[in-house]
Design a protein around this ligand. Structure first.
Ligand SMILES: Nc1ncnc2c1ncn2[C@@H]1O[C@H](COP(=O)(O)OP(=O)(O)O)[C@@H](O)[C@H]1O
Ligand SMILES: [Mg+2]
Length: 340
């Protein structure tokens, strides 16, 4: 993991939306790499900028009201400089994306087979027969029973879990080396969630793709991600291997997220009282209301040292491969105040 040339390298990416007459960074200086066969989870509460990051990589923003700077390096090209026509070739062919709401991302008027074929028509020179065969193969790959029948059905005839499997088939159709899944299980019920995450793991084993898995739920990534990036108010605040992040979380935000995972897992005693579920106080600041200086999370932690409100924390390597944007964790980490 992490060796050799990365599939994707994002460097100091900024995505700013125009709101009234000013631009505000929803993604504010994000950098990371993604390697072949690696699963990087991006975690943070709603409003942290996760989807904006994903849609920026996919080139889905309108240049009239969005300002994007930095680099998204793929095959020695900075994608943000591509024309719309060239970006169309990247989307689907090089990067496949799975969205949160499968119903909204499917066309209600086209049958499933036609929707999977669209990308094949656009990106490959397969003939009709080859495409039909590939559709069946994909529907099998994503675990849908009776693929021939499903290919002729329409989205409303399928369950939510089946629809998300179809969306995954669409994302996989052209065998993209990179897959971005933006909250792929949030709209599904719990048992189906686990199945979809298992499916993504199986797909990765078969295809060795690099997967960016976006979620607001740190519990989802515990067992599947190789590396985790924790995002807060447009910035990565902590990046580490999943194992390191779960055993040695440093940023107060990461620690708050960890404490808010429902403890339904195998490691926890059955008697664990439900009311110990931790809720992080306050909300993610809106783009127009970011603190002018200091740690962006500091206003939500009562016990934070005053210095956190003064100094802009910079990302630094706290342990090999473990990066954190926090100047104060050393204060509290060893002194034991806690309980935000
Ligand atoms: N098109 C847009 N115009 C203006 N602000 C936006 C737009 N899309 C998202 N935002 C704002 O950007 C921030 C990040 O949103 P988003 O990327 O959707 O976060 P997440 O996916 O983590 O919930 C939020 O404050 C949101 O209100
Ligand atoms: Mg989102």
């Amino acid at each position: 993991m992490g060796e050799g040339k990365p599939l994707l390298e994002v460097i100091d990416l900024h995505t700013a939306f125009r709101i009234r007459d000013s631009y505000y960074d929803a993604v504010d200086g994000v950098s990371f790499t993604l390697h072949k066969n690696e699963k990087l989870a991006i975690v943070g509460e709603s409003g942290c900028g996760k989807s904006t990051l994903a849609t920026t990589i996919m080139g889905l923003h309108n240049k009239n009201n969005t300002r994007i700077t930095g680099e998204i390096i793929y095959k020695d090209t900075n994608l943000i400089q591509l024309s719309e026509a060239l970006y169309n070739r990247v989307r689907g062919n090089d990067v496949g994306m799975i969205f949160q709401d499968p119903l909204a991302s499917l066309n209600p008027l086209m049958n499933i087979g036609e929707q999977i074929e669209e990308g094949l028509v656009y990106h490959t020179d397969m003939d009709d027969k080859q495409r039909k065969a590939r559709v069946i193969e994909l529907l099998e790959q994503v675990g849908l029973p009776e693929p021939k029948r499903v290919a002729k059905q329409y989205p409303h005839e399928l369950s939510g879990g089946m629809r998300q499997r179809v969306c995954i088939a669409i994302a996989l159709a052209c065998k993209p080396p990179i897959i971005i899944a933006d909250e792929p299980t949030t709209a599904l019920d719990v048992t189906i969630q686990a199945q979809i995450l298992d499916l993504l793991n199986e797909i990765q084993e078969e295809t060795e793709s690099g997967i960016i898995l976006i979620t607001h739920d740190l519990g989802v990534v515990a067992e599947t991600a190789d590396r985790v990036a924790v995002m807060y108010a447009g910035q990565f605040v902590e990046v580490a291997s999943a194992e390191e992040l779960f055993t040695n979380p440093l940023h107060p935000y990461t620690r708050s997220l960890l404490r808010s995972i429902p403890q339904g897992g195998k490691d926890v005693s059955d008697e664990a009282p439900v009311d110990e579920l931790h809720v992080i106080q306050g909300t993610v600041p809106s783009l127009v209301n970011l603190p002018e200086k200091g740690c962006r999370f500091a206003p939500r932690i009562p016990w934070i040292p005053d210095s956190a409100h003064e100094e802009d924390p910079v990302m630094h390597e706290a342990a090999p491969g473990h990066y954190v944007r926090c100047s104060c964790y050393k204060h509290f980490y060893f002194e034991g105040e806690e309980e935000a």
